[in-house]
Write a new protein. Structure first.
Lengths: 334, 362
């Protein structure tokens, strides 16, 4: 039922694999809500995979399950071939410490009462298990701060002394302290000022390009994902509805939902025209529509969409769309 | 350059969905004129001007965009129009709404303006609505207070407003609680609430920042429809230039509490002249070529306690000269009607992506 997106990135080696992942939230007295349904994806070495969708589509749930913050109800997450166990009491196994996460709000992910240098030093010791003395830690903290575009001299300051963009840089430095090979970034730029958004997006893209780690970049901002992601995965209401190479999807989206999302982005510049509206809201998760989950909002829905579960259609090799009406494109059309 | 679709000064009828552009707006009298507005706040390090001599105007049925990052003074500017500034804030200058001076009005007099004639839609619909009160209570309280309607009449009007903002089944929505709606629906309800007294001016402070693009598109179309059909003027505050270019007739770019650039949206965004506006445009993902990296403005907006001398933007400006460090640039008019606060004006010869009136220094 699910669309798979696996052609392991530029190097072909996959770091993080999600297979038929289901995540449900239990509700007292009700049937559980299935937030993620049969999602499969891979993140390869040196690759940025963008994950987009409206709020409530399950993209953050998927991201949290990917790093083990949530326990999947079915399916599996593998990191470097090993199943990721959901975090429970007790320390995280050392083999998963290089799988890290960047959160949306840097003010709440940093400890307000601890100097930023100390927080980064904590991550060096806990993340890598290195037993280093304070002097070595200070030197390493300085290197990390400079790596994210800050001065080493700010290590003794507190988070409230910095702007949102600077705090996000500090949070990224702390993630880098544990020498990650894969990062899940959940809306890392959404809460930042206009000029800081591009700075942080460039910083993350630069880190991936230089250190060859893999990144799952979760965002509702399609234009940024277009800019930095090698492949894009579009989620709607718990399901992956389209996945493939970013530029191909962007220039000629196969799924009507992807077309709706792209059409809703206001275009900056001189020729002011109103963005087109994708009517309706994401449905109530407790009462999912029958057939294709997008059909009540889909401008192209036909009768079959109301009753039939759409199968994944391979539009092109490595490009899939979960729509009854999508068709494979002839080779040579590219 | 100002687009002001026809809107009768008395306001089109409530019920008329597509009020005709019968009485043309009088271009001579803008709805709101702000002149040399200054807001000084007391901080731990003394008194600081968070808004430093800002001037702009909004015509009837016009949408003015106020752009700026955190600390630019955009929200304080909006709050000063409503008399909602924090305690201890001192204002000077002039804010004239339909010819009436708003600064220094007594609480009682302000109450007639606030909510009734000038309404605010805030960024977060979740905080604009009281979670424990039904929509009908929230939507009719101010209507009854301002217009003296009965509960039934006020309910009727609330349903009409909910219909106008396209809430499905408004009759039952009115008797629901905020948590029963999605974020986009709540923002529509907040807008309906603001519209219930038929204000002449709607101040929308980042109305779509917390929303998805799909929902945002709906809200933008709604605001545009309101000004076309009801002649409502809108002051929209956002740092999203994509939103600006799709909806605002004119745009006022603020930086460090002062106006950096101010003019018709196609001019300002099509051919920005201030280095800050230019930098904002360049940092957008859509500005650079597909494979190329985005070009952000270096550094961060200044804080109130560390406002640079001279041009507030000079530490981040690649064209800054010696005089920029000491001399505050004057806001001067250009030939195309826009105003620019940059003495260096490095972009005057810049290739303009959009054909427009030839720009020369005035």
């Amino acid at each position: 039922m699910s669309v798979t997106a696996n052609d392991g990135g530029p190097s072909g080696r996959s770091l993080l694999e999600l297979e038929d992942l289901d995540v449900s939230y239990a509700r007292r007295g009700h049937t559980p809500v299935r937030a993620v349904i049969g999602a499969s994806l891979t993140v390869g070495v040196g690759e940025i995979v963008g994950l987009v969708g409206e709020s409530g589509c399950g993209k953050s749930t998927l991201g949290r399950a990917a790093v083990g913050l949530l326990r999947p109800s079915a399916g599996e997450v593998r990191y470097r071939g090993e199943p990721v166990q959901a975090l429970w009491r007790g320390p995280r196994p050392a083999k998963f410490r290089s799988l890290q996460m960047v959160f949306q709000d840097p003010y709440s992910s940093l400890n307000p009462r601890r100097r930023v240098g100390r927080q980064i030093a904590d991550a060096i010791r806990l993340g890598t298990g290195a037993r280093i003395d304070d002097r070595a830690a200070t030197a390493r903290v300085g290197t990390l701060l400079e790596r994210v575009g800050l001065s080493a001299a700010i290590a003794h300051r507190y988070p409230h002394e910095f702007s949102g963009g600077q705090c996000q840089r500090i949070a990224i430095a702390r993630v880098l302290a544990s020498e990650p090979s894969c990062i899940v970034a959940d809306e890392p730029i959404s809460s930042l000022d206009a000029s800081a958004q591009a700075q942080i997006a460039n910083l993350l893209a630069g880190i991936v390009a230089e250190s060859g780690l893999g990144m799952l970049f979760i965002s509702h901002d399609l234009s940024v994902v277009r800019k930095i992601a090698d492949r894009t995965i579009v989620m709607y209401f718990g399901r992956v509805v389209e996945s493939g190479v970013t530029e191909r999807i962007w220039s000629d989206p196969a799924h009507p939902y992807t077309r709706g999302l792209i059409g809703a982005i206001p275009k900056p510049g001189a020729g002011g025209s109103l963005p087109s509206e994708l009517t309706g809201d994401v449905p109530d998760p407790a009462r999912p529509p029958t057939g294709c989950r997008f059909h009540p909002r889909c401008p192209e829905a036909i009768d079959r969409c109301r009753t039939e579960d759409p199968p994944p259609v391979e539009v092109e090799p490595g490009w899939q769309s979960l729509c009854l009406r999508s068709e494979p494109r002839r080779a040579g059309v590219r | 350059m100002t687009v002001s679709p026809g809107a009768s000064p008395t306001g089109p009828g409530l019920a008329g969905p597509a009020a005709p552009a019968a009485a043309p707006a009088t271009p001579a009298s803008p709805l709101l004129v702000v002149e040399s507005l200054t807001v000084a706040l007391r901080t731990s390090r003394g008194i600081r001007r968070a808004v430093d001599g800002i001037s702009f105007s909004i015509g009837r049925g016009e949408i003015l965009g106020i752009a700026g990052e955190s600390g630019s003074g955009k929200t304080l500017t909006a709050l000063s129009l409503l008399g909602l500034l924090p305690m201890g804030a001192r204002t000077s200058g002039s804010v004239r709404f339909e010819g009436r001076e708003l600064l220094g009005l007594k609480k009682r007099e302000l109450r007639d303006v606030r909510g009734r004639q000038v309404a605010l839609v805030s960024q977060d619909p979740a905080t604009a609505l009281h979670p424990l009160l039904r929509i009908d209570v929230q939507m009719t309280e101010h209507v009854r207070a301002h217009l003296g309607l009965s509960k039934e009449q006020a309910d009727e009007r609330a349903i009409e407003m909910l219909t106008a903002v396209r809430i499905p089944d408004p009759g039952s929505a009115l008797f629901s609680y905020p948590h029963q709606f999605s974020g986009g629906m709540r923002q529509r309800i907040a807008i309906a609430m603001a519209l219930a007294c038929e204000p002449r001016l709607l101040i929308a402070d980042e109305p779509t920042t917390a929303l998805d693009v799909t929902v945002q598109a709906g809200i933008l179309r709604l605001l545009d429809r309101l000004r076309r059909e009801r002649g409502v003027s809108v002051m929209i505050i956002t740092h999203d230039l994509g939103v600006m270019s799709s909806i605002a007739d004119r745009i006022c770019v603020l930086y460090g509490g002062r106006v950096a650039e101010y003019g018709a949206t196609p001019d300002v965004l099509g051919g920005p002249r201030h280095p800050y506006t230019y930098g904002l445009m360049q940092s957008l993902p859509s500005a650079s070529a597909a494979g190329a990296a985005m070009v952000p403005i270096q550094g961060a907006p200044p804080s109130l306690d560390a406002m640079p001398a001279g041009c507030a933007f000079h530490p981040r400006c690649e064209w800054a000269e010696e005089r920029c460090r000491t001399v505050v640039p004057t806001l001067r008019a250009l030939d195309d009607g826009r105003r620019l606060a940059c003495d260096v004006d490095p972009l005057v010869e810049h290739e303009r992506p959009l054909a427009g009136a030839p720009v020369t220094q005035s």
